[in-house]
Ligand binder design. Structure first.
Ligand code: GLV
Ligand code: MG
Length: 324
């Protein structure tokens, strides 16, 4: 390990994260009763400019009055380039800061953006006497944010997670997309599997670099990398393919923009029973190996060593967190 310690963000379950517009209070109760891990009540892109003041009021009332159980509660504030942002932070942290766990900052571009909100939130928490510290979730969804993702990830002790906002990211980078979070079949290579000259199209994953870059920045700073929205909620298979793609390279959660996507995210982002059993067997085999003075042994015909212990521990920890 490096001599540089990486502090981990608070262990918070974040397999699924439901977006709920602050202007639609009739959706709040159903969200509170769902199986989602994190809910963000939105003040940004799902809320029209004229509705923003009322949406703030709805959110304050809902945070104070609805029983959200053990869900983590977040608000997505407006961007730092709008005049809505300061009221979002001041009104909601002052009037509902006790039940608020997280603030989601959209279109974050630089570490100074994070610093500015940190300063505001710190002043309000101190003035109100709130003892709990609100954490930050950052949506990486602009070319600027992706360029500065490493500095953003290290910019505040409040940082908990980085989220890939594929819709705005596509707009910012002028990528050609079809459905939000889906792939474009023109991002492909031609293959010739049997050498006959009859070429086939093999679709590539146009989001691979962006998500990987974000995952590295998040993990290097002890944060959770979370994949963002998948727009076509009538396509559960497409959603699951996107979620698995993100999970395989290290994301630990995905947004749900529709309640039907919650179960899909929870399923993909939870280790399966088979994986947990195998992880437990690895830990047992390594404990026995160590007791016998060995550093590496074979299990089911495959090599396992001390790195296997760390991988297995991550899985077993996650399973405990879900169970408990
Ligand atoms: C989320 O905010 C996105 O733009 O995808
Ligand atoms: Mg966005």
């Amino acid at each position: 390990m490096s001599f540089h310690p990486v502090d981990q963000a608070p262990a918070r379950l974040n397999r699924s994260e439901l977006a709920v517009p602050g202007s639609q209070p009739q959706m709040f109760e159903k969200a509170a009763e769902s199986d989602v891990d994190v809910i963000f009540l939105d003040l940004e892109d799902a809320v029209a400019p004229d509705e923003k003041p009322q949406a703030r009021k709805n959110i304050i009332k809902a945070l104070n009055e609805i029983d959200w159980g053990n869900k983590s509660m977040s608000i997505r504030i407006n961007g730092l380039d709008t005049h809505y942002m300061y009221r979002d932070v001041v009104d909601i942290v002052e009037q509902a800061g006790e039940r608020l766990d997280l603030i989601m900052i959209p279109k974050v571009g630089t570490a100074a953006d994070v610093y500015a909100i940190d300063m505001m939130v710190t002043q309000i928490e101190d003035a109100m006497g709130w003892r709990k510290r609100i954490g930050f979730e950052h949506i990486i969804e602009t070319a600027l944010g992706m360029q500065n993702v490493h500095e953003i990830a290290a910019a505040s002790k409040r940082n908990e997670s980085l989220h890939f906002g594929v819709a705005d990211y596509a707009a910012s980078t002028r990528a050609r997309t079809t459905v939000i979070g889906g792939v474009n079949e023109n991002y492909s290579v031609l293959t010739d599997p049997d050498g006959s000259g009859n070429r086939e199209t093999h679709w590539g994953d146009m989001w691979h670099y962006a998500i990987s870059r974000m995952v590295v920045a998040a993990r290097a700073n002890g944060l959770r990398p979370i994949d963002g929205p998948f727009g076509d909620f009538s396509d559960p298979e497409g959603y699951k393919a996107a979620a698995y793609r993100a999970a395989v390279i290290g994301c630990e959660g995905k947004w749900a923009i529709h309640p039907s996507q919650i179960a899909l995210a929870n399923e993909v982002m939870s280790p399966s029973e088979e994986e947990v059993t195998r992880a437990q067997r690895i830990l047992k085999a390594m404990a026995e190996a160590e007791a016998a003075g060995k550093g590496a042994v074979s299990l089911d015909g495959r090599l396992i060593d001390y790195a296997s212990i760390r991988q297995a521990e991550v899985l077993v920890e996650k399973a405990k967190q879900i169970a408990g």
